[in-house]
Design a protein around this ligand. Structure first.
Ligand code: PLP
Length: 257
């Protein structure tokens, strides 16, 4: 059995965050564990309130897991503030964690800032360089670089600029552009496009969390990065295809189909 750890925020509506990660792990046949960085009160209509977990408690959760259980991959999602980011970086270095996938979660689809804007620099400097791969969407690319990607040519420049922050590799998700949902992987050598048609579905809550959790699971299962991305995109397409209406807002993708 492969053991996966997600370090992320809780979504009370079950569609994104820790809950999406654990469902993805279960569906892909790996064992899921969690370190919670923040608790959100949210539903399909938006985030109502957030309480951050203390730096000490984040450390204690990570230590409790690594002290006892071998961890084959780590997915990092919502990390809230600079103190939590610094702690995660320190702890993962201390425990020599492998197969780290960072989804640099910043703003929810409903517009709530899940990462404090002043934490972006800490994230760039301390956490992203530890990752096997970082998976920003286009608004996150804009927040990191300060300029907007408006077409696929600019996505290629952005991938190279983000890589040069000292990363091992970056997967930029192109879903915010019009047309097909094409993602771009850059590992310092090759620019590789992963093309998929746009699925016109309204219920897409949890897509970003699901993709990064699936990549972590496939890395733990021993696939190389290119294959892990390809398999994870295909898993996500299935989950979007089976997404469903829930509540009064944007429903979630579905993991067991
Ligand atoms: N809530 C939590 C805890 C998350 O980690 C995320 C995204 O990563 C979201 C909400 C936002 O999800 P969405 O943008 O799909 O609404």
């Amino acid at each position: 059995m492969k053991n996966l750890l997600t370090i992320a925020g809780s979504d009370s509506s079950g569609g994104a965050g820790i809950q999406a990660d654990l469902k993805t792990f279960a569906a892909l046949g790996v064992y899921g564990m969690s370190v919670i960085t923040a608790v959100t009160a949210q539903n399909t209509q938006g985030v109502e309130r957030v309480e951050e977990i203390s730096r000490e408690m984040v450390k204690a959760q990570i230590d409790a897991v690594f002290n006892d259980i071998p961890v084959d991959a780590v997915k990092i999602g919502m990390v809230s503030n600079p103190e939590i980011i610094q702690q995660i970086a320190l702890s993962l270095k201390d425990w020599k964690a492998i197969n780290i996938v960072v989804d640099p979660v910043m703003v929810s689809k409903s517009g709530y800032h899940l990462l404090k804007p002043e934490a972006i620099e800490t994230l760039k400097k301390e956490l992203l360089p530890l990752a096997r791969v970082v998976t920003p969407n286009l608004p996150e690319v804009k927040a990191m670089l300060g300029w907007e990607v408006t077409d696929e040519e600019r996505m290629e420049s952005a991938a190279q600029e983000i890589f040069s922050l000292g990363l091992e590799s970056v997967l930029i998700k192109g879903g915010h552009l019009e047309g097909a949902a094409n993602d771009l992987l850059f590992d310092g050598k090759d620019l590789t496009w992963f093309k998929s048609p746009r699925l016109n579905k309204k219920n897409t809550h949890g897509t970003g969390c699901t993709l990064s959790a699936a990549i972590a699971a496939h890395l733990a299962l021993g696939y190389d990065l290119m294959t892990a991305v390809e398999k994870s995109k295909s898993y996500l397409s299935g989950a979007i295809e089976h997404s469903f209406p829930l509540g009064h807002g944007v429903g979630p993708v579905h993991h067991f189909y």
